[in-house]
Ligand binder design. Structure first.
Ligand code: 4FV
Length: 251
């Protein structure tokens, strides 16, 4: 899978490419990644990539010509690419979208600056508009990094352990179970016994219950909109009986 980032600050990605899972995925040729300077496609001698907004008002707008040239050049070099504009106007990014994007050949990520990009770019040069959340950033670069990070780790082999991503938060629309490592006792707090038992079925059952209950307590909206599996339903039924018993004995 390839990522071509279009930005006026390509150097912002230097460190990003060279750390952690993204670095590993690049080294193992699981992903091809490059950051391209939109300014290199600006024709005027000042290499301007922004200009004042028609209709007046504060701030600047990214000019369409350098952006269009940069997008077309990137698309020429990467057939099958989907072009993504990072914008608060877009569909809000989530794990399901990350999985969808990870099955594509590659992405051309357009990172805007200033007030945004000229609207005419969105008409026929952008395939997806994606937002990483309902807040306003100073530029699309950080949003681009979020997308590349979340998608890269879903590329088979990028995480090292083949199935590591399958057990992710949200892989089954549940929050991840609690994690523990050495020491067994930390400041008086012990690791749950079952995790030391080596009994894999009991450990999996414990982890599923941990996921279901953490999701119920922290993100009940996720449980409300998911089709519960039988084991998930049985866990919730067990806790409902427990709560009903507590309420009943209170009388
Ligand atoms: C953003 C977001 C975002 C808007 C104007 C960049 C800024 C500036 N991108 N998710 N939220 N972009 O705020 O993706 O050009």
């Amino acid at each position: 899978m390839f990522f071509t980032v279009l930005t006026i600050f390509p150097e912002m990605f230097d460190l990003f490419w060279n750390h952690g899972i993204v670095r590993r995925a690049i080294e193992h040729k699981k992903i091809l990644a490059s950051a391209v300077n939109i300014r290199d496609y600006a024709a005027d001698r000042h290499q301007a990539t922004d200009d004042r907004p028609y209709g007046g008002g504060s701030g600047m707008v990214m000019k369409p010509e350098p952006l269009a040239a940069a997008i077309r050049d990137a698309a020429r070099m990467r057939s099958g690419a989907k072009t993504v504009l990072m914008t608060p106007q877009g569909r809000v990014f989530n794990q399901k979208m990350a999985r969808e994007l990870a099955s594509s050949d590659g992405l051309i990520l357009v990172c805007g600056r200033y007030e945004g990009v000229d609207e005419r770019i969105c008409h026929d040069l952008i395939d997806y508009e994606i937002s990483i959340g309902d807040y306003v950033l100073t530029g699309g670069e950080l949003a681009g990094m979020v997308i590349i990070d979340a998608v890269s780790r879903l590329i088979p082999g990028a995480l090292g352990g083949e199935d590591a991503a399958e057990k992710d938060s949200f892989s089954d629309d549940l929050l991840e179970h609690a994690h523990y490592t050495r020491p067994v006792i930390f400041e008086g707090q012990e690791v749950p016994e079952v995790l030391l038992s080596g009994h894999h079925q009991q450990i999996d059952d414990w982890r599923l219950e941990s996921s279901v209950m953490r999701t119920l307590l922290k993100r009940p909206d996720l449980l409300q909109k998911k089709d519960l599996t039988r084991p998930e339903r049985e866990i919730l039924e067990k806790w409902r009986r427990e709560i009903e018993y507590i309420l009943q004995v209170q009388k």
